[in-house]
Design a protein around this ligand. Structure first.
Ligand code: FA5
Ligand code: MG
Length: 437
């Protein structure tokens, strides 16, 4: 769309916004789990996010996320399954303890939610690795809500759920024997299953073993990790609705990089015609076990995303639905059962554009998305950057976003969408000093 069109469409709104300008008040504290935390310059936890903290969807046994969490926990029935750890962590715990470099993009305030300089909302369940290993758990699972600033569309939501799993082996002959026995058991199980695995070598120069590890033991641990997760993929996907029973389950292993594991991998599953990224995993960096003061041990770990898997297994088309309190959504699911979601209706979308000149300090896409999310809540379905340009003479930059307002539960009137959009525009001006075009 042309910038001119944006301008004419918005001149009308701007007039009304001037009349109804609200003050974007910024309280000095943010309330999380019943406690007040002082804010400072880096605070960026919006009230839309704060409201989600403590909802613990994955703990409801008849919610799709809870059903999936239970299914995975029962697959790993002899692992200690932990829940309820606070999402409020220090950046040291989320990043430094895991060896994230100081300039890692995940640390940026554009990507993570900071309560203040000293505290943040965890971005992944790996934030708890050191603390759980320190309890000397030999095999464990941890389920939790995680928070990331991101774009807005049907498969991205700033809060989602992960499960972390790990298994520790003694770094000696007994560990080697345990690994050999378990690898034989799992290989036997998988050999009889209808599964095709595209593998990569366990260890390569680009995906190396650790200096602290005997290469033979590292190879056995990597193989155990792969066998264990291939077996989980069978439990999750084989024979499900939409999977052709005659067709084998296809699982693909890809070399990956994480600061806290090496070798590292990602796992994808081919389901209903598409490759789906399920998880990241690898052999735990020895530094993590050293920090946890677990001596003479070697471990693997994985972290998987519950929403991505649940959307596929239950045919849930929009990630916002997980947060719905509508009985038409919630009543469709039963504890212990994977069922196919039947959409109750599709309400019309209401597209509104906003076009503006950026302030000198710029404006990150995620800042815009959070602002919309804060004012519109789950009435925003997606946000698309439809135009961005820099004026050749003045060097000023402009952006045009298209916001799709659409309720999952009811018909949204054009007036209501306009009211929200006007608030978006006035907040954009007040908070970021943009100039509307
Ligand atoms: C991690 O978060 C690592 N902590 C995983 C890990 C754990 C690696 C232990 C090694 C050892 P990643 O950012 O790729 O990695 O996320 C892991 C999974 O979470 C993804 O495969 C995906 O299933 C899910 N996920 C990631 N981002 C999103 C998102 N925005 N929305 C929904 N699910 C997501
Ligand atoms: Mg990934």
């Amino acid at each position: 769309m042309s910038a001119t069109l944006c301008r004419t469409r918005f001149s009308r709104h701007i007039l009304r916004v001037v009349q109804t300008r609200r003050c974007y008040s910024t309280p000095a504290t943010v309330s999380l789990l019943g406690q007040q935390y002082p804010k400072d310059k880096v605070s960026n936890v919006t009230s839309a996010i704060a409201d989600k903290v403590g909802r613990n969807l994955y703990m409801n046994p008849s919610h799709p996320l809870g059903i999936l969490q239970t299914l995975i926990s029962s697959h790993y029935h002899d692992f200690n399954s932990m829940t309820g750890l606070s999402p409020i962590v220090t950046p040291a715990k989320n990043f430094d303890d895991l060896g994230f470099p100081a300039d890692h993009p995940g640390r940026a305030a554009t990507d993570s939610y900071y309560i203040n300089r000293d505290l943040m909302l965890r971005t992944h369940t790996s934030a708890h690795e050191v603390e759980v290993f320190a309890r000397r758990e030999r095999q464990w699972l941890l389920s939790a809500d995680v928070y990331r600033r991101d774009e807005i569309d049907a498969s991205h939501y700033p809060v989602f759920h992960q499960m972390e799993g790990a298994r520790v082996f003694p770094m000696d002959a007994s560990g080697r024997a345990e690994l050999e026995a378990d690898n034989a058991r799992l290989s036997h199980h998988l050999a009889r299953a209808n599964i095709v695995i595209e593998d990569v070598p366990h260890i390569t120069p680009a995906n190396p073993a650790q200096a602290a590890h005997d290469p033979v033991l590292a190879e056995l641990v990597a193989r155990n990790l792969k066998l264990s997760l291939n077996s989980l993929m069978l439990t999750l996907f084989a024979g499900r609705a939409g999977a052709d029973a005659a067709e084998p389950l296809r699982v693909r292993w890809i070399e990956a990089y994480f600061p806290f594991t090496t070798p590292s991998y990602e796992v994808e599953v081919f389901f209903r015609g598409k490759w789906l990224e399920i998880l990241g995993c690898g052999v735990v960096q020895q530094l993590t076990l050293d920090r946890a003061q677990v001596p003479n041990s070697i471990s693997w770990a994985f972290g998987l995303g519950l929403e991505r898997i649940a959307m596929i297994l239950f045919s849930i088309p929009d990630i916002r639905l997980f947060w719905s309190q509508d009985p038409r959504f919630l009543s469709q699911f039963t504890a212990g059962q994977i069922s196919t979601f039947k959409p109750y209706s599709k309400y019309p979308a209401c597209y509104k554009d906003v076009s503006f000149w950026l302030p000198d300090t710029g404006l990150h896409d995620n800042d815009f998305c959070d602002l919309v999310r804060d004012l519109a809540g789950d009435l925003v379905q997606d946000v698309v950057l439809i135009d961005s340009f820099t004026h050749p003479k003045t060097n000023r930059s402009s952006k045009c976003y298209r916001v799709n307002y659409c309720s999952m539960d009811r018909s949204l009137s054009n007036e209501e969408a306009n009211t929200i959009h006007e608030q978006v525009i006035s907040t954009l001006k007040d908070k970021f000093g943009v100039e509307i075009r």
